[in-house]
Ligand binder design. Structure first.
Ligand SMILES: *Cc1c(COP(=O)(O)O)cnc(C)c1O
Length: 301
């Protein structure tokens, strides 16, 4: 997005006036080159940081940042994975031709139809958000005679926003299971032969500009991950998204490299402290990929 010397605003060199005249408003405009470059940069940074601590990373584009069939097709082509959180987003992802095992299904109020559809499509992971969902996903998988990979969303008590973070001992939000309750929930998941437990998931907030909240969440999560690993392997750890971006010239967001290095360093230290091998990692950046390349045009009335 740029303002030219004559005052004209352009996106990827195209005048917003022309776009509005051709397509009408409101209009979502995405700079495709910029989107693709950011997606690749994020993937490389997170995979590279994981590699530096002896593991690998799956990078999911969190599609609530912006979703369409075309966007999902870019994600497919760039070999990222994709997170969806409704039947509509799942349909859009599938319509792009991305392989279903690259799709993660989120949501704290998934309908039984959405769950059944995700399982029949063969999604790579369903992120279980509550106790009741364990039974729902298990029942749907059993009805289709499938074994479904699942993660358990954990509320670490760490909530981060732009400039700071809050770390509480108790959960106080509508997503996920508290750390105290997680071992029982994982035992339940493991008791179902139609569920395969991939690991824990945590997402601590959005538009985050500092590392500290992530580091504290990693400290709490890796401890839990280690406790759950005593009798049975836990292969993956999903650390979510939330990496902040610049909106105004004065903003000074961290680069994805800085986030990736801080997260990898924290994972390494905490795994050593808890005497466990470093698990495979997963991340879910959304805004960092779609935020800057995306603009909504309105006509002032
Ligand atoms: C919103 C969300 C993300 C992505 O957050 P960004 O701030 O866009 O990076 C990742 N995971 C979950 C579960 C989310 O709800």
């Amino acid at each position: 997005f740029a303002r030219q010397a004559n005052g004209e605003c352009t996106i990827a060199g195209v005048s917003v006036r022309e776009l509005a005249a051709e397509f009408g408003t409101p209009l979502y405009v995405i700079d495709e080159d910029d989107f693709r470059q950011r997606a690749i940069a994020v993937k490389n940074a997170l995979e590279g940081a994981a590699k530096s601590i002896g593991t690998s990373a799956k990078v999911y584009y969190a599609s609530k940042a912006f979703m369409s069939v075309e966007i999902a097709a870019w994600i497919k082509e760039l070999e990222l994975n994709i997170d969806v959180s409704s039947g509509g987003e799942l349909a859009a992802a599938l319509a792009s031709g991305i392989s279903a095992d690259r799709i993660g299904l989120h949501g704290n109020n998934k309908s039984t139809r959405e769950i059944a559809r995700a399982i029949s499509a063969g999604v790579g992971a369903i992120v279980i958000d509550s106790e009741i969902e364990i039974e729902r996903v298990a029942a749907a998988a059993a009805a289709q005679d499938k074994i479904q990979n699942v993660r358990l969303r954990v509320n670490t008590g760490v909530h981060a926003n732009t400039h700071d973070f809050l770390a509480t001992a108790r959960e106080d939000q509508k997503f996920g299971i508290s750390i105290a309750d997680a071992p029982d929930m994982v035992a339940k998941i493991r008791s179902h032969r139609h569920l395969n437990f991939l690991g824990l998931h945590s997402h601590i907030g959005s538009q985050i500009h500092s590392r500290e909240g992530f580091v504290e969440a990693v400290r709490r999560l890796v401890k839990l991950h280690a406790d759950l690993s005593v009798n049975s392997e836990v292969p993956e750890l999903n650390l979510g998204g939330g990496f902040g971006i610049n909106y105004k010239p004065a903003d000074e967001a961290l680069s994805i490299h800085e986030f990736a290095e801080a997260l990898a360093a924290a994972v390494k230290v905490e795994c050593e402290r808890n005497s466990i091998a470093v698990p495979k990692l997963a991340f879910e950046p959304g805004r960092y990929i779609a935020g800057n390349p995306g603009v909504t045009l309105y006509t002032v009335g």
